[in-house]
Design a protein around this ligand. Structure first.
Ligand SMILES: *Cc1c(COP(=O)(O)O)cnc(C)c1O
Length: 642
């Protein structure tokens, strides 16, 4: 049998330019190649055509002057960029979900950009539209969707992908209502009450659309759905989103006319995952009081905590609602942040590995070493169940290690696209399983956006060809961050206090991460005032971020957030109590300020190197705390003098 162990084929360090531009020779060579090839391409287009700009033209004073000005502007831009850009590439940056990006994507983007394809329409991007369709298939396959029955495409980011999820859910929900309005479709839903029409399952509705297409009335019925007639106040019911929600969900309700007041926030548990018991309770209550549920969102990688929702429990809940009440709803997973982590679970045949088999392989190939407890069972089950949801948001520009702007959305059943499409409905129908035809699609007529860079499709496509979406590809890259995050968490959990003069500070993590987001806070030992704690951490953020005005010269950069009761209920009270504050402090302040580090860097996955990094980081933290103490003392002096 052929040896399937391909992991040795991919060297993670060879994927990136590197924090010291270590791979500069190769990078430059390939960039030059991209430029040279493009220039040849132009020149070779009808070689019989004479050049239209001559050396004489090029020596005219205003010509020279225009080039000087061009150069001046570019030098100015470069200087601006170098002064204030954030050094994502360095392991000294542990903040938002940013790290070094793949060389292959950087070069593919620049290479393609020169040809300027527009993926709005196949005729403006014969090459890159096909790459985008391929990328969509890659992602659908990673999520466990059937490659020929599903549909995925690139968006500008997770925000627009989430909009598209709501868009299809909204239009789908109104198909049964529209059918009841149409004389030639009415019989298909005869005897259904409005409530029953609004509680049909996504799969059942899509099957009905097949019948509408057969009868030749699909377009007529489609124009009677929300896309044609709009949405009546509150008619479609509630949209359930975890409290940890990204604010794109608020925007989505606004933009798509559902209304923000129709969001029902789902409380989170002590792991900042959707609280399953409360989710069930709220869902049953809504159904029992007769309120339809438009959709439910599960988050795979919450933006602030990196928590992975129990997607399997959401699937189970829907099945239960269908059986008990005949009430169903749409399920969307917002995996903008954590979507690519699903590659960690797939073998080279895209099979979702059994838990024990997975752990065995992690150990055998030193992907996740012993001592790092990953994945937790619940996290494993959450990722596994993604194959069963209706649609998924994922951002290549986050854990796909591709530069901006690259998001994506995947739909389990591609028939759903006909509900938002401005094509005649047969486009996907006729193509069936014919991959070649599918690729000629006019994307602009089937997605939210219009004109868009074909270069993005090329960048993501190139990434996927080099780094497969399985354990031997992205799994290897992502595992480095997961392991480092676990080590970082362990150091924070056991760190000795930092001593500044007669004052002592300790640091502690908020919780163990579900993959690679580590949240933590500093606290002065002996302090029992939560506001002082919050002020200390806010100052820490300010001097460890662009807010210091010293981005390029800073020793360490991170991000931060507030966990407040209006978004998280009393969940943060657990950490506040663990941190030694009285319950009354949480009651009074209702918010805890934390530092937030997405550990995506692949450079620290070496025990020795990590020890050195941590020891340096301790010194940096001590120096930063000393800086804050000094600032406070100055302020106190000024107060006393005033
Ligand atoms: C980042 C993020 C988004 C938004 O994605 P953009 O690419 O910034 O538009 C949505 N949801 C979650 C959970 C995210 O982390």
């Amino acid at each position: 049998m052929e040896n399937k162990n391909l992991t040795s084929n991919l060297n993670v360090d060879a994927l990136f330019l590197g924090p010291k531009s270590e791979n500069r020779v190769f990078f430059q060579e390939m960039m030059d190649y991209a430029l040279r090839e493009h220039m040849h391409w132009r020149a070779d287009f009808h070689p019989e055509d004479a050049p239209l700009v001559t050396p004489v033209d090029q020596h005219m004073p205003d010509f020279r002057n225009t080039l000087y000005r061009t150069e001046g502007i570019l030098r100015q831009l470069s200087s601006k960029l170098k002064t204030t850009s954030v050094p994502w590439f360095s392991p000294r940056y542990l903040g938002h979900m940013n790290a070094d990006t793949l060389m292959v994507s950087n070069i593919a983007y620049v290479m393609t950009m020169l040809y300027n394809p527009n993926n709005c329409a196949h005729e403006a991007s014969p090459t890159t539209t096909e790459l985008e369709v391929e990328v969509g298939r890659d992602l659908c396959t990673m999520f466990g969707y059937h490659p020929n029955k599903s549909w995925g495409h690139i968006t500008s980011g997770g925000t627009v992908a989430n909009y598209e999820g709501v868009w299809v859910a909204r239009n789908l929900k109104t198909v049964p209502l529209a059918m009841a309005q149409h004389p030639k479709a009415r019989d298909l839903v005869a005897g259904f009450s409005e409530r029953e029409l609004l509680n049909m399952s996504p799969a059942a509705i899509l099957d009905l659309t097949d019948e509408l297409k057969k009868r030749g009335i699909f377009e007529e019925v489609r124009s009677l759905t929300a896309r044609g007639v709009g949405v009546k106040k509150g008619q479609l019911g509630k949209f359930l989103v975890p409290m940890s929600k990204h604010y794109s969900w608020m925007k989505a309700m606004d933009v798509l006319g559902i209304g923000q007041e129709n969001i029902v926030p789902l409380p989170v548990d002590e792991h900042y995952r959707t609280d399953v018991a409360k989710m069930r309770e709220i869902t049953f209550r809504l159904i029992e009081e007769g309120t339809p549920i438009l959709g439910m969102v599960s988050v795979v990688g919450s933006t602030e905590e990196g928590s992975i929702d129990h997607v399997d429990e959401v699937i189970r809940l829907r099945e239960e609602c269908e059986e008990r009440y005949g009430a169903s709803f749409y399920i969307h997973v917002d995996a903008a942040y954590g979507g690519y982590v699903r590659a960690m679970f797939l073998d080279e045949e895209n099979r979702f590995m059994e838990y024990d088999e997975l752990v065995k392989r992690y150990r055998a190939e030193d992907i996740i070493p012993a001592g790092v407890a990953w994945p937790k069972r619940e996290v494993y089950e959450g990722f596994k169940a993604m194959a069963e949801v209706d649609s998924i948001t994922v951002d290549p520009h986050k854990v796909g290690y591709v530069q901006y702007a690259a998001g994506a959305v995947c739909m389990k059943d591609k028939r759903i696209v006909d509900l938002i499409s401005y094509h005649a409905a047969y486009v996907f129908e006729e193509c069936g399983d014919d991959a070649a035809e599918d690729k000629k699609v006019v994307l602009g007529a089937s997605i939210m956006e219009g004109s868009k860079a074909g270069a993005t499709a090329a960048a993501v496509w190139a990434a996927h060809r080099l780094v497969p979406l399985n354990i031997a590809g992205y799994g290897m890259v992502i595992a480095r961050g997961i392991v480092t995050a676990d080590w970082f968490h362990a150091k924070l959990a056991s760190a000795e206090p930092f001593v500044v003069g007669h004052r002592k500070f300790d640091v502690r993590p908020v919780m163990h991460p579900d993959f690679h987001m580590v949240d933590f806070t500093f606290k002065e030992i002996g302090n029992d005032c939560l506001e002082d704690h919050n002020r200390l951490n806010k100052r820490m953020y300010e001097i460890c971020s662009y807010a210091s005005g010293r981005t390029y010269t800073n020793d360490f950069l991170t991000s931060s957030t507030s966990l407040a009761s209006h978004e998280y209920g009393d969940t943060p009270a657990i950490f506040v109590r663990e941190r030694g504050f009285a319950a009354s402090e949480w009651e009074r302040v209702q918010s805890v300020y934390i530092l937030r580090s997405a550990v995506m860097t692949h450079f620290l996955r070496d025990a020795q190197r990590f020890e050195e990094y941590w020891s340096e980081l301790r010194d940096i933290f001590t120096a930063k705390l000393a800086q804050i103490v000094e600032m406070e003392e100055k302020e106190n002096e000024q107060l006393a003098a005033a």
